[in-house]
Design a protein around this ligand. Structure first.
Ligand code: SF4
Length: 356
């Protein structure tokens, strides 16, 4: 697998997950339940965890939410980040109740004394703090600057406050809802600091918009070696954020995963390519091994694609041909072809895992 990062960052520990340094790029998401509703929040975190989420953020708008973190943590395995604005007491309560990281901008909490209080507890509990700036929360004193510079300077101010308080266990995030601003701001901060970066497009929108905005911005940054942890923000079910993030890291060859190659279909199509491709994707949704499966409507491109795929199917005149390791192993009717496809996929997975 590839790691495009050239510049070694500091690393921080968020519970069992490391961010920065030589740690792999991690996937984050955020719950959209009421954090005080422990059962609903736990259920959602468990689903996110099963989908591949590695760090989860929970909104922590009040002391009750901060206290709920303790009960939530008893039922989940992945680290929890408390998302806090303005109130340093909530941050302290969240840390004392087990938050593995807090997202907080010290410039928003009032005074140097309050920052020191948070830093004291964060140090005691070994909890890092994520600071940064979003396009919607730029420090007013930088509003006259070009947007990119304003984002960077706003984030650096937050970093300096913590550094002044003797705290360097920091992750930085710079987010905009604009693709180019996100890319340019992260390039700039990456060149200036050695703190790990959390990257994402903020308020990226509904599924299609976010897929395109997040893939283009994060894809560009990751290929340039920028970013140590990612969140793909999508309006709606957060499971989609995790599925998308996993696919992005897989397709950039940053981590192992499945690639289902399917043709767009045309007049030559001999079976329902979309239906079968979706079924294959579902079948392989929890597999974290490198495997390429092709689903093609006909053999026009089948032979060429099959050479690049581990296994695949292609429509032919009298049925569906199954390819395995570059060769056609037979032609079958639809149900049988799919059954053999699954068998071959399972065989490949076993081989990859070194099973006898
Ligand atoms: S693989 Fe065959 S069916 Fe699919 S788009 Fe290409 S030519 Fe059409």
């Amino acid at each position: 697998m590839k790691d495009y990062r050239k510049k070694l960052k500091r690393d921080v520990r968020v519970g069992k997950i490391g961010i920065g340094g030589n740690f792999p790029i991690s996937i984050q998401s955020m719950t959209n339940t009421d954090t005080r509703d422990v059962s609903a929040t736990v259920n959602q975190i468990i689903k996110l965890e099963e989908a591949g989420c590695e760090i989860v953020r929970v909104s922590t708008p009040d002391i009750e939410s901060a206290k709920a973190i303790k009960a939530i943590k008893e039922h989940v395995n992945i680290p929890i980040v408390a998302d806090i604005h303005f109130d340093y007491k909530i941050a302290i309560e969240a840390i004392k109740n087990g938050a593995d990281k807090v997202r907080l901008n010290p410039g928003n909490i009032g005074s140097a004394e309050k920052v020191l209080e948070v830093v004291k507890v964060a140090k005691e509990y070994c909890v890092p703090i994520r600071v940064g700036a979003n396009s919607g929360s730029i420090n007013k004193k930088y509003e006259h600057l070009p947007k990119i510079d304003a984002l960077v300077e706003s984030a650096l101010d937050e970093v300096r406050i913590l550094e002044k308080a003797g705290f360097c266990d920091i992750v930085i995030s710079l987010k905009s809802s604009d693709v180019l601003e996100t890319v340019q701001a992260n390039r700039k901060i990456h060149a200036l600091v050695d703190y790990p970066l959390h990257i994402g497009v903020t308020e990226a929108g509904t599924l299609y918009n976010s897929l395109i905005k997040s893939s283009s911005a994060l894809g560009t940054l990751l290929l340039e070696g920028i970013g140590d942890t990612i969140r793909i923000s999508i309006a709606g079910d957060p499971i989609n954020e995790v599925i998308t993030a996993k696919k992005l890291l897989t397709f950039l060859k940053i981590r192992k995963g499945v690639d289902v190659v399917a043709c767009p279909t045309c007049a030559r199509t001999n079976f329902d390519v979309e239906e079968v491709a979706l079924e294959v994707e579902k079948f392989l949704s929890n597999i974290e091994e490198d495997i390429t499966v092709s689903v093609l409507g006909c053999v026009v491109n089948g032979v060429g694609e099959a050479k690049d795929s581990d296994v695949g199917i292609a429509g032919v005149k009298d049925g569906i041909a199954v390819f395995y390791k570059g060769e056609i192993i037979g032609t079958y009717q639809k149900e049988k072809a799919f059954e053999i496809l699954k068998e071959k996929i399972e065989l490949i997975i076993k081989e990859r895992r070194g099973d006898k």
